[in-house]
Write a protein that binds this ligand. Structure first.
Ligand SMILES: O=C(O)CCC(=O)C(=O)O
Ligand SMILES: [Fe+2]
Length: 480
């Protein structure tokens, strides 16, 4: 069903934990009743369509009736009155999707597609989850694009089989949370395409204060798929710039260059309880406004996203420094207590990721949104992978942000790049910080330096801009 369903999120009992599942909202039980009422009022409209409109009106029968009656100017007045009477017994809600009304250039209210303006949707309501399925809704509500059935079916199955076999080499990463060492609730490995890249990823790039130990050579299938991902991601980036960004221009700090993935982080979620908590992906080596291509294989799972809500009160750059770390290539929320509170401050959106779907996280994603793979209440086993889901995130490590260039902190370690997200005065500014505080058993130093970039996201060290002209890393796709 190309629609979303709105459900109320439960309050978290333990602030360190995402809920294992969401109890269903008793109000959902009324959906059938509402649909039956709508069917009786609008017998000429198909049930599926009515359901779509109902969910896009957040379950408000009154909004559906108003919407459809407004369209139906020739409607019999007695029918209209009856519809209005029934509808008024339900609360008014906002409407979404293709039924959204918006102000046109001339100030009149028109349906989105008639107004000639870009679609701007309201965020999900506090404490609710919007479930999105259609590529159109996902592109409109989130900074993501989804492409279903991305690979030829056989190729997707071959890649899945290959990575399931690889997954026996995957490991959990350990991270520190409130003085405890915690294991990630899924396994992973990093894939690169040449021995030189392997050397760099195991002895130069650091993640949360340690070198990656689980770096592997990309399999032929992984590399072949990388070039297909590269093609489509670049084309989708251009569409996004043209159709969504202000004045049809790339975002400030977004690279104007072709996106060239040179590393793939492969995750395995074995069973419904395996997950990854809310985080944004680490910017340190990807740079500002990165784009990430994420291919899902095997069991379908929910990818949840939520916008980072600015907070005026107690945010400081120093506080950001104390952020906990939840995985390689990820920046978690500062802690799950505040994270949980903010999930409730603005609703979340759930994107359903079936086998062989490619999700593109666009340039506005990492700095302004967080994402997670929620534990599932139930999953439907996949014919090849059983209960397992494999996910590949193709990433482009910018050469200009190689650790040979990035500042060292007082501990003598490589710093990490973060973006100020919550305080209005500093929101959107980047900073270099000590990462030692993120590593097991290490206390961080107080190193802090604002990070400067030119408009294309290349770093400015002193007055010197390091440009990304001669990549040292071999491009994943080009190196086949
Ligand atoms: O499994 C996914 O779809 C997302 C994984 C993720 O967020 C990550 O590897 O950073
Ligand atoms: Fe991520």
């Amino acid at each position: 069903m190309d629609a979303f369903i709105s459900r109320k999120r439960p309050r978290f009992l333990n602030p360190n934990e995402e809920p294992k599942h969401e109890p269903s909202d008793p109000r959902e039980d009324t959906t059938d009743t509402k649909l039956a009422i709508l069917l009786s009022l609008f017998p000429a409209i198909k049930q599926d369509e009515l359901l779509d409109i109902l969910v896009s009106c957040e379950g408000s029968v009154e909004s559906v009736v108003n919407l459809l009656s407004a369209k139906d100017l020739t409607a019999d007045t007695s029918v209209s009155k009856k519809r209005a009477a029934v509808a008024s017994s339900f609360g008014v809600q906002t409407s979404l999707s293709s039924h959204v009304l918006t102000a046109a250039e001339d100030g009149s209210m028109k349906h989105m597609h008639e107004s000639g303006r870009k679609r701007i949707y309201p965020p999900p309501k506090k404490g609710k989850t919007l479930h999105l399925y259609s590529p159109e809704d996902i592109a409109a509500y989130t900074p993501c694009t989804i492409i279903h059935n991305f690979l030829p079916a056989k190729e997707a199955d071959t890649l899945l089989l290959e990575l399931l076999d690889e997954s026996k080499h995957f490991s959990r990463y350990d991270f520190q949370l409130f003085n405890r060492i915690v294991h990630s609730p899924h396994t992973y490995a990093v894939y690169v395409s040449t021995p030189e890249e392997h050397r760099q990823h195991t002895s130069e790039y650091t993640h949360g204060g340690t070198y990656q130990s689980n770096v592997r050579q990309a399999t032929p299938q992984l590399r072949s798929v990388s070039s297909q991902v590269q093609r489509i991601v670049n084309s989708e980036i251009n569409k996004r710039i043209r159709d969504v960004y202000p004045d049809g221009k790339k975002l400030q700090y977004q690279s104007p260059k072709e996106w060239r993935p040179n590393a793939a982080f492969v995750n395995c979620y074995d069973g419904a309880n395996e997950s990854v908590g809310y985080h944004s992906d680490k910017l340190t080596y990807l740079g500002p406004r990165p784009v990430i291509g994420s291919l899902s294989l095997g069991v379908a799972r929910e990818f949840r996203v939520r916008r980072i809500v600015p907070r005026e009160d107690d945010e400081t750059a120093e506080e950001n420094h104390k952020a906990d770390k939840i995985g390689p290539g990820t920046n978690s929320a500062r802690n799950q207590t505040t994270s949980a509170a903010r999930v409730d401050a603005q609703g979340q959106i759930s994107i359903h990721l079936p086998h062989n779907s490619l999700l593109i996280m666009h340039a506005e994603m990492q700095e302004e949104w967080k994402h997670s793979i929620a534990p599932a209440q139930t999953i439907s086993p996949h014919p090849i992978s059983g209960n397992r889901r494999i996910n590949i995130t193709y990433r482009w490590f910018r050469d200009t942000l190689h650790p040979r260039y990035t500042p060292r902190c007082k501990c003598g370690e490589h710093t990490i790049l973060r973006c100020a997200q919550r305080k209005h005065e500093t929101r959107g500014r980047y900073m270099w910080m000590c990462h030692a505080g993120f590593a097991q058993g290490k206390e961080g130093c107080s190193f802090f330096q604002w990070a400067e970039f030119d408009d294309d996201g290349d770093p400015i060290w002193g007055k010197k801009v390091i440009r990304d002209e001669a990549p040292t890393l071999t491009n994943f796709s080009a190196s086949q």
